[in-house]
Ligand binder design. Structure first.
Ligand SMILES: NC(=O)c1ccc[n+]([C@@H]2O[C@H](COP(=O)([O-])OP(=O)(O)OC[C@H]3O[C@@H](n4cnc5c(N)ncnc54)[C@H](OP(=O)(O)O)[C@@H]3O)[C@@H](O)[C@H]2O)c1
Length: 319
């Protein structure tokens, strides 16, 4: 297996380990009850997945922690250090003094001493305990990041990063950060190729993790433009691959790190089979022709009374 992922937070002494980059599994949004997801997470470790993406929001931190404990108990891994666990700060805790307690709570749920990567989930702050009507408050990009840096310094997060940041927000962050972000986790797939952001992140040494690499296939009604793209299907047929494998391979060739979710044993294995073949320049050229459309838009968090008046403002025009 190729090892091509070396990143960390320069200056922090913390490094993301290269060997874990190739096997990553998302844990958001499955319709299966959590009790049914747990054995599938253990199956994933048995199949070779080593990187798990969770978040306070997803409610999967406990089962990820339980899967780690079970994998250790069954001897599937020898040490927790063989795994790469990412979790995320939810918007209700996106405030300087709330970051450290939020991570401590995540660690308690995970049953771990540290996470490998801690991300700010969105550049948005919402009022805590306001579950029915969400009220957005001012998001302090600098102060929240200082809280993240403290987590890194204390060794509770080996690396820190962000999610859903535009180039403009990354620039502001970089101007104010003592520890630069290791990762920006964003929507990235053949139907949302993000060339400007990819180039910006490459230039700044920030790794891009691709969420919804399959366009969250089956999750948004009527939105199947990734896996069912005719261009992708043609390439898949010609190469004797699945459309999912083609898009995952494409992300990898763009320098992104796909985080794909499957709780189906066969598809879990299928999604790992992307490392020993390559798309040609011609195939990549065809993929560039696929119409572009962002799927993940938190429309309920923007508006006249919110910090961002529109989605255009949230994404700083990168929409
Ligand atoms: N940072 C953020 O704001 C953010 C936002 C969204 C997601 N994420 C992270 O990214 C992860 C992945 O994104 P996602 O869950 O939105 O969607 P995704 O990985 O693009 O798509 C998941 C869907 O695709 C299906 N699938 C998986 N492999 C397949 C294959 N080989 N062929 C056909 N269908 C396949 C899965 O069904 P089966 O289970 O039945 O296979 C599931 O319904 C999340 O779980 C989460 O960890 C982060």
């Amino acid at each position: 297996m190729a090892i091509d992922f070396a990143c960390g937070n320069p200056g922090s002494g913390a490094e993301l380990r290269p060997q874990d980059a190739n096997h990553r599994l998302g844990t958001a949004g499955s319709k299966l009850p959590l009790a049914e997801q747990l054995p599938l997470l253990v199956e994933a470790i048995a199949a070779g997945y080593r990187h798990f993406d969770t978040a306070t929001l997803y409610g999967t931190e406990e089962i990820v922690g339980q899967a780690v404990a079970e994998a250790l108990g069954r001897g599937l891994i020898k040490s927790r250090d063989e795994l790469f666990i990412t979790t995320k700060l939810w918007c209700s805790d996106a405030e300087h003094d709330l970051v450290l307690p939020a991570l401590n709570e995540s660690l308690r749920k995970l049953g771990l001493q540290y996470v490998d990567l801690y991300l700010i989930h969105w550049p948005i702050r919402i009022q805590k305990d306001d579950t029915n009507s969400i009220k957005t408050l001012h998001f302090d990009i600098k102060g929240t990041w200082e809280g993240m840096e403290e987590c890194c310094r204390r060794g509770l997060a080996k690396s820190i990063g962000v999610s859903n940041y535009s180039c403009a927000k990354l620039s502001t962050l970089l101007e104010n950060a003592t520890i630069p972000p290791a990762v920006n986790q964003v929507e990235l797939n053949v139907s949302w190729q993000q060339q400007k952001l990819m180039e910006f992140c490459k230039d700044k040494g920030i790794h891009v993790c691709a969420f919804s690499p399959l366009g969250a296939y089956g999750s948004y009604s009527g939105y199947n433009v990734v896996v069912e793209s005719p261009i992708l299907k043609d390439i898949a047929t010609a190469r004797n691959k699945t459309a999912a494998q083609v898009v995952l391979r494409w992300i990898r060739q763009q320098g992104g790190i796909p985080i794909v979710r499957s709780f189906n044993k066969e598809r879990m294995k299928q999604n790992l089979q992307i490392f020993d073949w390559e798309l040609t320049d011609e195939e990549v050229g065809k993929i560039q022709q696929i119409p572009q459309q962002r799927a993940c838009n938190p429309a309920n968090l923007v508006g006249p009374h919110a910090q961002y008046k529109s989605l255009e403002e949230l994404w700083d025009g990168e929409i």
